[in-house]
Design a protein around this ligand. Structure first.
Ligand code: FE2
Ligand code: FE2
Length: 262
């Protein structure tokens, strides 16, 4: 197994700058992090409550908050799935790929949770893309692609109204950046792209390559491996690519293949 960068163990909130207006003191930051006790308000009256009862009440509140985050994410993802017939499988598969890649890169549990939620929501901005473009059975024109390219910003426009998605916003915003700086929307390059966004980019591409579309067959593992290698250090972080290729080589049956190409 290859060695990875040291900063993977830092909490997401430290490494990823949240957009202005998304304070870190809200309940959203209780998720699995060290700030749990400070971010969930204790009961107003604690006289007479034993420490274990207080702990139970706090755990109960956190559990309800976590459930609320996931239900909110699921509802938002369902909005895109209603528009795009490919979106449902895409969201679930990209999320699974991203979590596996993140786990193989030894991301801490709290960052994996953030990555999973971001993966669920990464294409939520496509709700603003006209159906005629989203469901077009064939290659897009340059003008149509310009509309598609707005979806990461539209996603953050939507999600910024829910402060508990603050950690996911940079990942979602930058999931189409390229490692060489030629992606969108900001043209970030290298490690200035959040690590989770670099992982999500590879997970997104894996599903796009393996999936059947009206204009293409699903690629074979060998074809995907070749594409990833060619795009390493250009579109994708080479370390994420190396983890993905190791996974492809050791567990090729894991990937759902459509009509194979060579
Ligand atoms: Fe996207
Ligand atoms: Fe996607």
């Amino acid at each position: 197994m290859q060695r990875y960068r040291k900063d993977f163990t830092k909490p997401t909130a430290e490494r990823l700058a949240a957009p202005a207006g998304h304070g870190k003191s809200d309940a959203r930051h209780s998720r699995g992090g060290s700030g749990a006790s400070s971010s969930v308000a204790p009961p107003a009256r604690i006289d007479g409550m034993c420490p274990s009862c207080l702990e139970h009440a706090r755990a109960h509140t956190e559990g309800r908050l976590r459930l609320m985050y996931w239900q909110s994410a699921r509802a938002l993802a369902a909005a895109v799935e209603a528009k795009d017939r490919y979106a449902r499988a895409h969201t679930a598969t990209v999320s699974n790929y991203a979590i596996e890649l993140g786990a193989r890169m030894k991301l801490p549990r709290a960052r994996l949770t953030t990555l999973r939620l971001a993966s669920f929501l990464h294409d939520i901005g496509k709700i603003g893309v006209p159906d005629a473009i989203l469901q077009k059975p064939g290659p897009l024109t340059a003008a149509e692609f310009d509309v598609i390219k707005r979806h990461p910003r539209w996603a953050t426009d939507i999600l910024q109204h829910a402060t508990f998605f603050a950690d996911e916003l940079p990942i979602i915003l930058h999931h189409h950046e390229w490692y060489d700086g030629s992606g969108y929307p900001a043209g970030l390059a290298g490690e200035s792209i959040p690590l989770e966004a670099r992982i999500l980019a590879v997970a997104d591409a894996l599903d796009a390559m393996f999936s059947y579309r009206s204009y293409k067959a699903g690629y074979s593992v060998r074809h995907v491996r070749r594409e990833l290698t060619q795009c390493s250090d250009r579109q994708f972080d080479p370390e994420v690519v190396s983890v993905a290729i190791e996974w492809l080589d050791t567990d090729p049956e894991r990937f759902i293949q459509g009509n194979s190409t060579q």
